[in-house]
Design a protein around this ligand. Structure first.
Ligand code: IPE
Ligand code: IPE
Ligand code: MG
Length: 248
């Protein structure tokens, strides 16, 4: 069968794809290794997917790398993940530069260890003039945190008299989220055969197409991304309307 990439409709490439990269621990166990080994292997999947997204012209790729809830994991795993982040950002920046990738981050970044924050800020700055794919890392991210944070800011501005209740609508509210300025993802992918959202982009995925795969994240490659996009392109997105209306 022809590769999925060649079967894609270039006019219907999603502008924004979000991925819940799950299954690293199970992948490691399957290979008789410690969980951390799975996280390390997952970096190769990230590299492949970032490359693939750039190749087909995706504008924004948001990767769920660490959730607010993940802070509750055993300390050694959290520490290993933070170390891995530092190294990954350090080692991948040059390649991202070559690929014209821009980097940004969403989440409660002040909770990140100083070393991670510094590397991240440095890399974001280094890649800021790039014009290709915008790679968005969700770090210490949870959607409920993000929404509550937005509400706090809006209320504070309302108290100052800058905002009136009638000014609040969904377009305005979205500007107070970490994803302000980025279109909502048309496609959300989750690996590892789990069928849940795990506190990711609840507001932004209101009308996203969901794609679930049994593949564990370290086995996921750009060809799997192309397959998900192909699947997406063959769906009918009705947005509450009827099929007949879409033909008009
Ligand atoms: C996803 O893989 C990576 C992170 C959440 C950081 P997991 O570590 O959740 O792997 P499983 O789900 O336990 O297999
Ligand atoms: C979601 O995966 C978070 C990330 C992929 C970073 P988890 O493995 O933490 O989610 P649950 O526990 O299965 O919901
Ligand atoms: Mg998991």
């Amino acid at each position: 069968m022809e590769a999925f990439k060649n079967r894609l409709d270039q006019q219907k490439i999603p502008q924004h794809i979000a991925i819940i990269m799950d299954g690293n621990g199970r992948w490691a166990r399957k290979h008789g290794k410690a969980r951390v080994f799975g996280h390390q292997s997952g970096v190769e999947s990230v590299r492949s997917v970032v490359e693939g997204a750039g190749e087909v012209g995706v504008k924004h790729l948001t990767l769920y790398a660490f959730s607010t809830e993940n802070w509750e994991r055993p300390q050694y795993e959290v520490e290993a993940l933070m170390e891995l982040l530092v190294h990954a950002i350090e080692n991948e920046s040059e390649l991202l530069m070559k690929k014209n990738v821009r980097l940004s981050a969403i989440g409660d970044l002040l909770k990140m260890p100083r070393k991670v924050k510094e590397k991240l800020d440095g890399s974001i700055k280094y890649l800021s003039a790039n014009t290709g794919l915008n790679l968005v890392l969700a770090l210490s991210y949870s959607s409920k945190w993000e929404i509550v944070n937005a509400v706090k800011t809006i209320v504070a501005e309302a108290i100052e008299g800058k905002i009136k209740p009638e000014m609040i609508n969904d377009t305005m509210f979205a500007q107070y989220l970490n994803t302000a300025g980025i279109p909502d993802p048309e496609l959300l992918i989750r690996t590892s055969g789990e069928y849940r959202i795990s506190n990711f982009l609840l507001w932004q995925i209101a009308y996203s197409e969901l794609f679930f795969t049994e593949k564990l994240w370290p086995d996921f490659r750009k060809e799997d991304l192309f397959k998900a996009i192909f699947d997406f392109q063959n769906r009918e997105r009705r947005f509450g309307k009827t099929s007949e209306q879409l033909l008009m």
